[in-house]
Ligand binder design. Structure first.
Ligand code: ZN
Length: 319
């Protein structure tokens, strides 16, 4: 029997459940469990330290680990796929689907680990991610753009969506007009909801941020006319026309901010101060009333990661 983690689960329509992966703080990162006809898939896994929550969620849903067919890792950033290897050890029949550019990182994670230590520092890395377990090559399913897979009786279409990461794909749930977007459709923490109205902003994490590609990917998601989109950060959003519009505006605003400071000597500090001010301004317009202390608590990690990603983009010379 797994632990009672009902407080960490949010059930939606169409057999979809968000599981809090307990990454950094509650409500920051979700894995989505999709169940159809007794078969199951996870979209994103959280970290190795999240796996007990995922297994407990299966137990609570009365699903045998042998009935999980898919682990769908939208991209290899460790809050999405860090736990994939450890999770696969518990799922004897599952295949792990990954973009062709991500596959080698899951089979041989040393470069991924080194990259993450470069972003977070060694101590913080250990605390956040634990040990990364490699996945055997023959259990990896390399995702072609537009490829369809089956889960129970439903068709899932896997589409390449660069912009946040070059090796990102999204999962289109064709029969239910839903999309699992990983990080491509940005971040919308439920903490920022005001009277049920959702707040959204882009994630521009290192090392592949590309604003033009991201606009195109958001448009591609919207071309499916989804009723709901499921974000890793965090779970279901529904006001999609407005959110897509605001997301693209805010990608542009972040890119412009980067360009403005490309040659500023004090670039790193200025970017961080101004990105925080932008987000806080949008939160004011949104009607979010909590004080600066709570805003910083909810935003500071993303401001740091976003600014690192924008600086990598500027240094790449493609801005
Ligand atoms: Zn990511």
């Amino acid at each position: 029997m797994g632990a009672d983690i009902s407080g960490k689960l949010t059930d939606f329509a169409a057999g979809i459940t968000a599981i809090d992966t307990d990454y950094v703080r509650p409500g920051l990162a979700a894995s989505h469990l999709v169940v159809d006809g007794g078969r199951a898939a996870f979209v994103d896994t959280g970290t190795t330290l999240s796996v007990p929550n995922l297994l407990a969620a299966l137990a609570m849903k009365d699903i045998d680990p042998a009935d999980v067919d898919w682990v769908l890792a939208t991209h290899v950033h460790l809050d999405h796929a860090g736990g994939a290897g450890e999770l696969m050890r518990h799922l004897p029949n599952a295949r792990c689907a990954i973009h062709p550019r991500g596959a080698r990182h899951l089979a041989e994670p040393s470069k991924l680990i080194a990259g993450s230590i470069a972003v977070y520092g060694e101590a913080r890395y250990r605390e956040l991610y634990g040990e990364i377990v490699p996945i055997e090559q023959d259990r990896l399913f390399v995702v072609g753009d537009g490829e369809r897979i089956l889960l129970g009786s439903r068709s899932l279409e896997l589409i390449h969506t660069p912009g946040h990461a070059l090796h990102h794909y999204c999962v289109v749930d064709l029969d239910y007009y839903r999309i699992f977007a990983g990080d491509t459709f940005g971040i919308s923490y439920r903490d920022f909801d005001v009277n049920g109205r959702e707040f959204i902003f882009p994630t521009t994490t290192p090392v592949h941020f590309d604003p033009e590609a991201l606009y195109a990917s958001v448009d591609r998601l919207m071309s499916y006319r989804p009723e709901a989109i499921y974000l890793t950060h965090y779970a279901e959003v529904r006001d999609l026309e407005r959110l897509a519009h605001e997301l693209k505006q805010r990608v542009r605003a972040f890119a412009d901010l980067g360009r403005r400071h490309a040659g500023t000597p004090d670039r790193s500090r200025k970017l961080r101060v101004e990105m925080y001010a932008m987000l806080s301004g949008w939160l004011d317009e949104h009607g979010f009333s909590d004080d600066g202390k709570r805003r910083h608590w909810l935003l500071d990690d993303d401001v740091e990661l976003n600014c690192q990603g924008i600086e990598v983009w500027l240094d790449r010379g493609s801005a």
